[in-house]
Design a protein around this ligand. Structure first.
Ligand code: FE
Length: 194
């Protein structure tokens, strides 16, 4: 199936359709499905009183696992390894930079927290500890400095922590549809800003 021509009027519906068709897929060795994981992240963000952009970022941070749905605009889409980069890339035409940067940085944020927060590594899931090795392990001092130079690094750390916490089996969340109006507001806000 080829992707339709996407714009700010149909991108949210396009993403909702992906979630509804594929959200039940497993999440890399975690005890929750992809959609349970992403929806739990969004609920945690809301519970923390985060702004709508960060709720959207928490909800969409793993969209890179589905970038094959977006057609030839995404590169490297069969590989999970760089799902943060490909996810940011498919969102970039429609969503504000704070969201695309949180998506792009959610893996580096794990490496950052492992380098800067002593208890963080121990709180990671086994699957996340395993992928940390493939992702380069904890950041070194130069990488920490570069990460902190990103204007959205604090937001990216918040999204990362919701990502880590959103892996609990059996937690009730709203359906993806609940977030469609929020996502549409964020997309329209960005369309007006450019
Ligand atoms: Fe995740």
């Amino acid at each position: 199936m080829t992707a339709p021509k996407l714009d700010c009027s149909n991108i949210v519906e396009f993403i909702a359709d992906i979630f509804e068709r594929r959200g039940a897929e497993s999440y890399l060795g975690e005890p929750v499905s992809m959609s349970e994981h992403m929806l739990q992240g969004a609920v945690l963000a809301e519970t923390d009183g985060a702004p709508e952009e960060l709720v959207a970022a928490a909800l969409l941070h793993d969209i890179g696992h589905y970038t094959s749905e977006f057609g030839p605009m995404s590169l490297g889409d069969e590989r999970d390894n760089y799902h943060e980069e490909s996810g940011a890339k498919v969102l970039a035409p429609f969503f504000p930079p704070v969201i695309t940067e949180c998506v792009r940085l959610h893996v580096p944020a794990k490496r950052y927290l492992c380098a800067t927060d002593k208890g963080y590594y121990d709180r990671l899931s086994e699957a996340s500890k395993h992928t940390l090795l493939l992702q380069g392990g904890p950041m070194n001092a130069d990488e920490v400095r570069d990460f902190e130079a990103n204007p959205f690094h604090r937001e990216a750390v918040r999204v990362r922590i919701w990502d880590d916490e959103g892996k609990r089996p059996g937690v009730e969340t709203p359906a993806f549809r609940h977030y469609v109006p929020l996502l549409q507001r964020v997309v329209e806000g960005q369309a007006k800003a450019i």
